[in-house]
Design a protein around this ligand. Structure first.
Ligand code: AMP
Ligand code: ZN
Length: 454
């Protein structure tokens, strides 16, 4: 069996992954808060954990892997959006969930097996909060239920910080009803406009962290294999999930492996709604960037490194995929190339897997190339963005002539002219690719417009 190695944030080491039960591999990933379109940063964990899901299915068998990703559909931002627009909360969350699934499907992400919504687990959250109070890990104060971090000796174990540093460095809310500034809300009162549920502590709603702990417990029990999310969630969200779940189930370990993706950045800063430096996945798709190209670019950086989205990367990915699609058009998928599998099994080394695909393409191994791409979620049979319009013969003759004069210009050392011709063709939707011998060939993109060839 293929050995899987993953960087475990809990131990800060790369470790061999062995599931608790080989026939019941369980992975939970924190999903989106549903009040708006997903931005490209939100797509990064989706693609990263989709790759891990595909790897686990390949190694353990699709029937033996359960992937759960929640929808956070209780949140102050959703309430605020409802107040601002006059729309009901459920119409906002329903619409956003539909958008999210559409957009992630465009990136060829498989649907998780389970997509629990927080609103359907409020009873379990109330039960867990009651349990934590009974066990002396939570207290009630002014209609709030708060988790008592001092009751939890290894609080801070995931982020590896001392309590004092956490208080100093984090956005922890100081409030009169807290014994310790790090204590966090399990339950809080609701006023009229916000959604609420009856509870032993009055009409109210759950805090964010308890949502995930309750949904994990309901579906996976006390111990499971992998918990994932962006590394912006390590503190406080994941730290608090661990504290709640381990204190509710003494002796349990909760997740064996914690996997965190690094952030997608814009100009060196995390892409986020609060910074306003974001664009949505839908913006990109509507601008004509195929979902497959977005996926390719996301795969080209290791999940543990920060990455920048650039137009240049998208163009290069487009050219590569155009070339590969032509090559695999008549191929029939072979067995999965072992080197590709080994790359992905080695802490999801997707850049390595793409490099191997380049080698396979170069060697003309089209059957292996096809199967490798399918494994990585490329070459979806449902999309045909790469199919060129068949150029009419008049345009073809003109393009040939332009390529001939471009080649001649290069030989003559007239690079200005050569570049000019390249730009002219590019404006008409024709990419010029120079092969190793220096000869130019034309690739027709789907933006090809024969009317623009002069
Ligand atoms: P949110 O809806 O903000 O709770 O985020 C949903 C998921 O997207 C979480 O796993 C976050 O860690 C992740 N995420 C948010 N922003 C980024 C980003 N800029 N890069 C990568 N992942 C992100
Ligand atoms: Zn979570």
């Amino acid at each position: 069996m293929t050995k899987i190695r993953l960087h475990n944030s809990r131990t800060r080491r790369k470790e061999e992954f062995r599931p608790l039960e080989k026939k019941n591999v369980r992975m939970y990933v924190c999903g989106p808060t549903v009040y708006d379109r997903a931005h490209l940063g939100n797509a990064r964990p989706v693609v990263v954990f989709d790759i891990l899901f595909r790897l686990l299915r390949e190694v353990f068998g699709a029937d033996y892997v359960t992937y759960a990703r929640n929808f956070t559909d209780i949140d102050d931002k959703i309430n605020a959006r409802s107040v601002a627009t006059g729309r009901t909360i459920s119409s906002i969350t329903e619409e956003t969930i539909t958008w999210y699934l559409e957009d992630m499907r465009a990136l060829s992400a498989l649907n998780p097996n389970l997509m629990p919504r927080a609103t359907l687990y409020v009873l379990q959250m109330i039960e867990m909060s009651k349990d934590l109070i009974e066990k002396g890990h939570a207290y009630v104060e002014q209609g709030h239920v708060l988790f008592d971090v001092n009751s939890c000796p290894d609080y801070g174990v995931l982020s590896g910080r001392a309590l004092e540093d956490m208080i100093a460095g984090a956005r922890v809310e100081i409030a009169p009803y807290k014994r310790n500034p790090l204590d966090f809300v399990l339950w809080k009162p609701s006023i009229d406009e916000t959604p609420g549920w009856d509870s032993p502590w009055g009409f109210g709603r759950p805090g964010w962290h308890i949502e995930c702990s309750a949904m994990v417990q309901e579906h996976f029990g006390e111990n499971f294999d992998i918990h994932g999310g962006g590394n912006d969630l390590i503190f406080p969200h994941h730290e608090n999930e661990i504290a709640q779940s381990k204190c509710a189930n003494p002796g349990s370990t909760f997740a064996q492996f914690w996997i965190h993706n690094e952030m997608l950045q814009v100009e060196g800063k995390k892409m986020s709604k609060s910074l306003g430096n974001f664009f949505t996945v839908r913006d990109l798709l509507n601008d004509g960037t195929p979902g497959e190209v977005v996926r390719f670019v996301l795969l080209s950086t290791h999940y543990g490194k920060p990455m920048d989205w650039t137009q240049k990367k998208a163009r290069e990915a487009t050219l590569t995929l155009l070339k590969w699609h032509k090559m695999v058009k008549n191929a029939s998928p072979a067995l999965l190339d072992d080197e590709i599998l080994q790359c992905v099994a080695n802490d999801l080394n997707t850049p390595g897997a793409l490099a191997r695909m380049h080698e396979l393409a170069k060697a003309g191994s089209v059957d292996l190339l096809l199967r490798a791409g399918q494994f990585l979620g490329l070459f979806s049979p449902n999309e045909h963005w790469w199919l060129p319009e068949e150029p009419d013969s008049e345009a073809k003759v003109k393009i040939e002539a332009l390529l001939v004069s471009r080649n001649k210009a290069k030989v003559d050392g007239n690079f200005l002219k050569a570049d000019l011709i390249r730009t002219q063709l590019k404006d008409a939707g024709v990419e010029v690719v120079d092969d190793a011998g220096g000869l130019s060939r034309a690739i027709f993109t789907d933006a090809f417009d024969p009317g623009k060839i002069k």
